[in-house]
Design a protein around this ligand. Structure first.
Ligand SMILES: NC(=O)c1ccc[n+]([C@@H]2O[C@H](COP(=O)([O-])OP(=O)(O)OC[C@H]3O[C@@H](n4cnc5c(N)ncnc54)[C@H](O)[C@@H]3O)[C@@H](O)[C@H]2O)c1
Ligand SMILES: O=C(O)C(=O)C[C@]1(C(=O)O)C=C[C@@H](O)C=C1
Length: 304
């Protein structure tokens, strides 16, 4: 495949940026890749392992001359970065991001960007519990979804170009409006993460009571919870602080259901429990039969 962008600049060089860089190189999607990260160590590693052709100390320097800028920092850091890079963006450049929440990123970034910039927010639905420049791998986005949430009145050719870019990286692309994205992700990603964090916290408390048996004998289901609960604390703090409304809505529903199941267990209502579990089993089977289970192999574990 020939290059879609001449110069791609990454701001933030962690798991997502490094995976994108590997996939860009695999498919030859960029003439050149530059980047910046807060720590000198990360910048050094990124250069050493060939993620980028050049690194810069500041985001402002990194974006000069780029025709695609990808913001790969935690959601809470997006506003400061946008403000810093705004004066240095070339006319016609596309600025995108990979943040897990979309309305908050649009509100944080949009107002800082000049009119000559095409701002197209995005979110690849793939990740692992690992962080940093060494955590990335080219296959992370293969056959996974990348959701773009273009703004009203945006430039159609710039959007088409970014869609082709994500397809070249290996992803399927879908377009969504930002509030819908945030609600869908609150259901499929954000609340499940909170539940995993909570469950591992509960088990940790219990461990003091049962003298380490909870961890020692943890079965596969709980191990999966611990993997999810090992995800980056800064990233997830920002997700919950910025997708507050949708997460609280889903969490409210979840709590109601949990109370209903709790009551069924207490009152010995086996019919309710059996019906409930049959319904959820049918949902999972339906997903598999429809061929919609696009979950990639467990790269997280393989990489550990
Ligand atoms: N990890 C996932 O599973 C996943 C999946 C999809 C999208 N995302 C989103 O991608 C973005 C990056 O996540 P990641 O997993 O690559 O994280 P990461 O921790 O691996 O990398 C984050 C990078 O941002 C930099 N950074 C952190 N705080 C900063 C600040 N205040 N100012 C400047 N730079 C800062 C770090 O130095 C690092 O280079 C986040 O917005 C996250 O919501 C993550
Ligand atoms: O597999 C994992 O480690 C993930 O949690 C990845 C996951 C998800 O919930 O699916 C996490 C956050 C993102 O914004 C996108 C993907």
């Amino acid at each position: 495949m020939s290059a879609i962008y001449q110069r791609v600049a990454f701001v933030g060089l962690g798991l997502i940026a490094s995976s994108m860089a590997h996939a860009i190189r695999r498919a030859g999607l960029a003439g050149e890749i530059t980047g910046t990260a807060r720590s000198a160590e990360t910048r050094q590693v990124a250069l050493e392992i060939g993620l980028v052709d050049a690194v810069f100390d500041t985001a402002a320097e990194a974006v000069v001359g780029a025709d695609l800028v990808v913001l790969c920092v935690p959601v809470g850091a997006m506003a400061g970065i946008a403000q810093e890079i705004a004066p240095y963006l070339e006319p016609g450049v596309t600025v995108t991001d990979v943040g897990s929440v979309k309305q908050a990123v649009i509100a944080a970034v949009g107002p800082h960007l000049p009119e000559h910039v095409h701002f197209i927010p995005g979110h690849p639905l793939a990740g692992t519990e690992h962080s940093g420049p060494r955590a990335g791998f080219a296959e992370l986005f293969d056959n996974r979804w990348c959701i773009l949430t273009p703004l009203d009145g945006g430039d159609a050719p710039a959007l088409e170009r970014l869609v082709s870019f994500w397809q070249g990286i290996g992803a399927h692309v879908d377009l969504m409006d930002p509030p819908h994205h945030d609600l869908v992700l609150a259901v499929t990603s954000h609340t499940p993460h909170l539940i995993a964090y909570t469950m591992v916290g509960v088990a940790d408390d219990l461990r003091r009571v049962t003298d380490s048996e909870v961890i020692k004998y943890s079965a596969a289901g709980f191990r999966d919870f611990t993997r999810i609960a090992a995800s980056d604390p800064t990233m997830w703090r920002d997700v919950f602080l910025t997708n507050k409304e949708a997460t609280l809505e889903v969490l409210g529903r979840f709590t109601e259901e949990l109370f209903a199941l709790q009551r069924a267990i207490r009152t010995g209502d086996g019919v309710l429990l059996h019906d409930y579990f049959s319904r959820t089993r049918a949902i999972r089977r339906g997903i598999i039969e429809a061929g919609q289970d696009t979950a990639a192999p467990d790269f997280g574990r393989a990489k550990r």
